[in-house]
Design a protein around this ligand. Structure first.
Ligand code: CUA
Length: 322
């Protein structure tokens, strides 16, 4: 029963945000280091506890060897020195080369901001550069070279299924490399306390088959389409007249603000609010009207004075940007 109780917490250890369910990069090396340390630590703890009980309860003549010089030298000095000396190179090997980009790697730049993620795909071969937010799409099998920095305070970039954390520091570029080994949706988080909404600063990492990734990249590089449906055209006009374009860019329109997330293809993203809600007209409308209630402290004000119909038009327009 005790063993079962100890194993129960491990049930929650697989899934979209778990260092114990590696999907590429350094994650599996970190996983095995964790397992080695945990199992080794348990074995050492059990041995020491057994010796302690033996020392307390065994008859004096049978436990005399415990105090011998030989036991102290081998058990108290040699064993810890050898064990710790072996763990040091193991740990160093696990961390080795994780910041050196591999040949042919896909470059991606991620900038941590309070409280969201600016994601840039720089020009790559004949592919043009574009920006997105709160979502990193990667092809399976191709090395990814992520360079991270921050715009305001220190954040930390962590995708548990792909490797360790890396600090995002204003004015400095840090690098992290990984290769997604299987398609899927994974979750990344900010791992450094960065303000009121630190806990609500997440992002999706979506690993696609290479062909699907190329399709996605081609679509993202295109400018936004102007809506034809009257309601959505009204939403576009509200977006323009409301000054949304002074903070947000929608390529192909007059909106070219650089302060907030690029919304050119916001409708194609899985979630909004930095991984907080599924992306649909309802959550978009709720977000626009209540940002300061949902995530107090974000830079975007609540637009609570919009009528229901205006909100529907505006959210519908954003949702149509695919
Ligand atoms: Cu950004 Cu915590």
């Amino acid at each position: 029963a005790a063993a079962l109780f100890c194993v129960l917490p491990l049930i929650g250890c697989s899934g979209v945000q778990s260092a114990l369910d590696p999907a590429g990069g350094d994650a599996s090396r970190i996983y095995w280091l964790t397992m080695t340390m945990t199992v080794g630590g348990i074995l050492i703890f059990l041995s020491v506890t057994s010796l302690l009980l033996y020392a307390i309860f065994a008859p004096p003549e049978r436990r005399a060897w415990l105090g011998s010089r030989r036991t102290i030298i081998y058990g108290g000095l040699a064993f810890p020195i050898i064990t710790l000396s072996a763990l040091l190179p193991y740990g160093l090997i696990v961390m080795r080369d994780s910041d050196v980009p591999k040949a042919g790697a896909l470059p991606i730049e991620v900038i941590g901001e309070q409280y969201w993620w600016r994601v840039r795909y720089p020009a790559d071969g004949d592919r043009v550069a574009f920006s997105t937010a709160n979502e990193i799409i990667v092809p399976v099998g191709r090395p990814i070279a992520v360079s991270v920095t921050a715009a305001d305070v220190i954040h930390s970039f962590w995708i548990p299924n792909f490797g360790g954390k890396i600090d995002m520091i204003p004015g400095r570029i840090n690098r992290l490399n990984f290769t997604a080994e299987r398609p899927g949706i994974y979750r990344g988080v900010c791992a450094e306390f960065c303000g009121d909404q630190h806990a609500r600063m997440a992002f999706d990492v979506i690993a696609l088959e290479p062909a699907a990734f190329e399709t996605w990249r081609t679509e993202q590089a295109k400018p936004a389409q102007d809506p034809e449906v009257p309601l959505l055209a009204r939403g576009r006009e509200l977006f323009r007249a409301g000054g949304c374009g002074s903070c947000h860019a929608v390529r192909g329109t007059e909106a070219n603000g650089q302060f907030g997330p690029d919304l050119t293809h916001v409708g194609s993203r899985r979630t909004i609010g930095a991984g907080q809600f599924p992306n649909n007209i309802g959550t978009l409308a709720g977000w626009i009207a209540n940002t300061q209630h949902i995530k107090p402290g974000v830079r975007m004000p609540s637009y609570g004075s919009l009528t229901g119909e205006d909100l529907r038009a505006l959210a519908g327009y954003l949702e149509s940007l695919r």
